[in-house]
Design a protein around this ligand. Structure first.
Ligand code: SAM
Length: 187
């Protein structure tokens, strides 16, 4: 079978898998359908902790159902990720953001630049050295373009002594494809 480049979401998983160990604490900042939650729970194992957020109760319930029996060390909040600092103690190994709307849900409920940037400030402050924040941005829907630009501008200004920042995404796809911004804490 011929190989293909990973999509932005797949690359986010690859980066997080490389940095997270069993027993770590991690955050899913946008639970949605629960795919990232299941992935993170598998990375940290039974001794680890995953704290998850989504403003929609439907997303929290879908995520909980998708996790099924693997519901150990998982704490889910039907709240905005901008309140992350109230629920996460100490340093974390990874925080994943997958922006936009809940697939198959209410497309009018989308992540917004103002709250996303507030949450990103908190998330980068919680990282342990070597820890990562991943942000999958969706410039292809109304509102998503402004948010993707705001996140890119914010990330590009992070001081390089403290953070490494990369961007990954297809350059030749139609309809403004998603892209990934990944941030590692250096010092
Ligand atoms: C693209 S989905 C996430 C997909 C999910 N990570 C997965 O693996 O299926 C984006 C989610 O962000 C949620 N959201 C919107 N504003 C939010 C906020 N301020 N805090 C947390 N979640 C938010 C939406 O309700 C939606 O479910």
């Amino acid at each position: 079978m011929s190989k293909r480049f990973l999509r932005a979401t797949g690359m986010a998983h690859q980066i997080v898998r490389d940095r997270v160990e069993r027993g770590d604490t991690v955050v899913d900042a946008t639970l949605g359908g629960g795919a990232d939650l299941v992935f993170l729970s598998g990375c940290v194992g039974a001794d680890g902790k995953v704290v998850g957020f989504d403003v929609q109760t439907e997303a929290v319930e879908r995520s909980r159902a998708r996790l099924g029996e693997e519901y150990h060390g998982v704490e889910l909040h039907a709240l905005g990720h901008e309140r992350m600092a109230e629920f996460v103690d100490g340093e974390v190994a990874a925080v994943m953001f997958n922006l936009g709307y809940l697939p198959g849900g209410d497309k009018s409920v989308i992540t917004r630049a103002e709250t996303t940037l507030a949450a990103l400030e908190v998330a980068t402050g919680l990282l342990r050295p070597g820890g990562v924040v991943t942000v999958v941005c969706y410039p292809g829907h109304a509102g998503g373009d402004d948010e993707a630009e705001a996140v890119s501008d914010w990330a590009a200004k992070l001081p390089q002594e403290q953070f490494g920042v990369v961007r990954y995404g297809f350059m030749n796809q139609r309809n403004a494809p998603p892209f990934l911004i990944a941030i590692e804490r250096r010092a």
